[in-house]
Design a protein around this ligand. Sequence first.
Ligand code: MFK
Length: 215
Amino acid sequence: MRPLAGSYLPEFFHEDHSLPKPSWSKDMRLLFDQFMKKCEDGSWIHLPSYNYTLFQRSQDISAFIHAYLPTASKLINEEKLLQAKIFTRNFEDGLGFEYVMFYNDVEKRVVCVFEGGPYLQGMPGCLHGGAIATMIDATVGTSAMIAEGIVMTANLNINFKRPVPLCSVVLINSQLDKIEGRKLFISCNVQSVDEKTLYTEATSLFIKLDPEKQV
Ligand SMILES: CCCCCCCCCC(=O)SCCNC(=O)CCNC(=O)[C@H](O)C(C)(C)COP(=O)(O)OP(=O)(O)OC[C@H]1O[C@@H](n2cnc3c(N)ncnc32)[C@H](O)[C@@H]1OP(=O)(O)O
């Protein structure tokens, strides 16, 4: 999860988007500080977040795609790959996905503190379900990647139980339940900061990619 070394990446790629910004709400900042405190004894780890992947260098991306996703590689415009950025890190500060994740290795948990900005509206005043799904996928996906490396979401089941108020802060709690061969089962819920409201519950299946499988 460290930034790629070297000068071949534009400066903005080096920015860690998981650190406090002026646009963060008081609740977001408070939770960040609480989790950073938990990191002091090493039980939790703060996960930095950039708007590129570890394979951002075009030749690395090409090598990755040809090795793991040969079918998809036939349809990908390699020039456009140079412009690729992580979906959730494409909004101006405070308008889209503001989030920070923490990892507990003993408990196999990833917690995401997430504030969905005004550009993520679905029903008036509420967060779009697709934005919630995106952040659930990112959180359980991070958990799966920490456990097994190169994985993809095979299945994501979501129960939307209560609407999430736009621009409120929520906690996305994920738990790695079990690993069976190449399959990782990870469950997740989305709660209000005071933990009184359960907004969403989800289960997911991730598959560790196998270069021999030619997907
Ligand atoms: C840097 C920050 C990043 C933050 C994280 C972001 C995470 C975002 C992750 C994503 O959103 S990935 C994008 C959405 N996912 C996809 O596009 C995946 C599309 N699907 C595939 O490419 C393939 O189906 C997949 C790689 C998932 C599996 O293909 P394989 O050929 O490798 O698996 P295979 O068919 O051999 O199945 C392996 C096992 O999984 C089981 N399986 C596969 N898909 C399943 C499914 N959908 N439901 C239930 N079981 C499934 C399958 O039955 C089998 O079980 P057994 O081993 O017990 O026989």
